[in-house]
Design a protein around this ligand. Structure first.
Ligand SMILES: *Cc1c(COP(=O)(O)O)cnc(C)c1O
Length: 417
């Protein structure tokens, strides 16, 4: 099922062209000082990740360390509520609590085969930092995580986890002291240590080959889904696949093996924050224009003169002013449908899933759940929703919401800010 070749044409959904383009989006816009690193990765990644020894080690870790395959769970009460059949792909049950570990393992194994001795990463809320620090501890390799100093204050438990795992957490004190600034610091570090260091990017963003590489590591999600549907439903193809999009890695993984199956409807859900047009949003396909962000051409939220607009979402993993180039192409071509959910709609959806199924979802995943209300279902449809992570990390936000909403308010109170 996996195509190892890179096409010479305009690229397809599953594989960009040799320059890293999916249609009009992608490429590698990097400073000259990084050419060598990015070129080395581009020339080596496909050969290395499809070597037998790599595949064996990667698959063994996904199985016994992460706990894959993650279950494809028929959520019966949720299904009844929406009068259709809904399966949850349970990435929340992975070690470290989300899909991010799939990619972190893949990239660290690749870095070791490239002879790298040191791993760096950027992190916003800390989830990608924790996943990366985890696999670095397992492999006994040095790990440095850049994090905005504001985020370090706001995300104390994840900072503690990374430190306990042996990572050095370096505060980024410039600019808004958040993810964007941490990314700049990580890039600076990479420029200064081009030979011994690999930069683990946490989503399907960044210069080619990162979007394609991360999508391939996350594609295990849809590979498993096909096999599980075959076993549980007697058919490999669902009617719909729904996933939230921050940068787009869990969605890329959940869509991957269905991208060329035209009968499968793909639905991506972005964060609308306080409302798409409120000025406090992260709904990139609704608000963005073509631009270059973090090394690739994609849709970016920006002012008339190209200044990146600060995004807002209640959920740190959705709080990004762009989307990966694959998703920009899926949007522009119409292959995927893009919806959005506000902070309040995501909170309501998180409470609804918790009360109906006894599963507390990550706030990111709750955006995908919120979209269930916007979609018209046929009772015969089979829908797969990627439950990208668990909600333990979001308990503060849930507690705050709890204080302002009466108990059991999830059905009555669907108010949208
Ligand atoms: C980081 C994160 C996301 C958003 O990132 P994508 O690259 O869009 O998947 C979604 N869900 C969870 C649980 C996350 O931790």
């Amino acid at each position: 099922m996996i195509n190892r070749n890179i096409s010479l044409n305009r690229g397809s959904y599953k594989q960009p062209n040799i320059f890293g383009y999916y249609g009009n989006f992608g490429g590698a816009y990097v400073p000259e000082m990084l050419y060598r690193n990015v070129e080395e990765l581009r020339d080596q990644y496909l050969r290395i990740i499809y070597e037998d020894s790599f595949q064996q080690e990667f698959k063994a870790l996904l199985k016994d360390y992460v706990g894959r395959p993650s279950p494809l769970y028929h959520a019966k009460r949720l299904s009844e509520h929406y009068r259709t059949k809904i399966y949850l792909k349970r990435e929340d049950l992975n070690h470290t609590g989300a899909h991010k570990i799939n990619n972190a393992i893949g990239q660290v194994l690749l870095a070791l085969r490239l002879g790298k001795k040191r791993i760096i990463a950027e992190t916003g809320a800390g989830q990608h930092g924790v996943a990366t620090a985890t696999i670095c501890a397992l492999k006994g390799i040095e790990c440095v995580v850049y994090m905005g100093s504001k985020d370090i204050e706001r995300q104390a438990p994840n900072v503690a986890r990374m430190k306990m795992l042996g990572a050095e957490v370096v505060p980024a004190t410039s600019g808004s002291q958040t993810l964007k600034d941490a990314t700049n610091e990580a890039i600076r570090d990479w420029i200064n240590h081009p030979d011994n260091t690999h930069y683990v990017i946490g989503s399907v963003v960044g210069p080619h080959p990162y979007p394609d590489m991360v999508a391939r590591f996350q594609s295990v999600i849809s590979e498993e889904t096909r096999a599980q549907l075959k076993e549980q439903e007697g058919r490999e193809l669902p009617t719909k696949v729904i996933a939230c999009v921050g940068g787009g890695s869990n969605a890329a993984g959940a869509f991957y093996h269905f991208l060329d199956e035209e009968s499968v409807e793909l639905i991506a859900v972005e964060a609308a924050g306080l409302g798409v047009y409120s000025g406090h949003s992260a709904a990139t396909t609704r608000l963005g224009k073509t631009g270059v962000l973090h090394g690739s051409k994609s849709l970016v939220m920006q002012t008339e003169d190209g200044q990146v607009i600060e995004p807002h979402s209640i959920s740190a993993g959705m709080d990004y002013p762009g989307i990966g180039p694959l998703h920009a192409h899926l949007f522009e071509s119409g292959r995927a449908r893009f919806l959005s959910a506000t902070d309040q709609q995501a909170l309501d959806a998180a409470f609804e899933l918790t009360r109906l199924e006894g599963i507390i979802p990550a706030l990111e995943s709750a955006h995908a759940l919120a979209a269930l209300k916007e979609i018209r279902f046929n009772p015969k449809d089979i829908t797969v929703l990627c439950l990208s992570g668990r909600g333990d990390k979001d308990l503060d936000a849930f507690m705050k919401a709890f204080e302002v909403q009466p108990k059991n308010s999830y059905e009555q109170d669907q108010s949208v800010i």
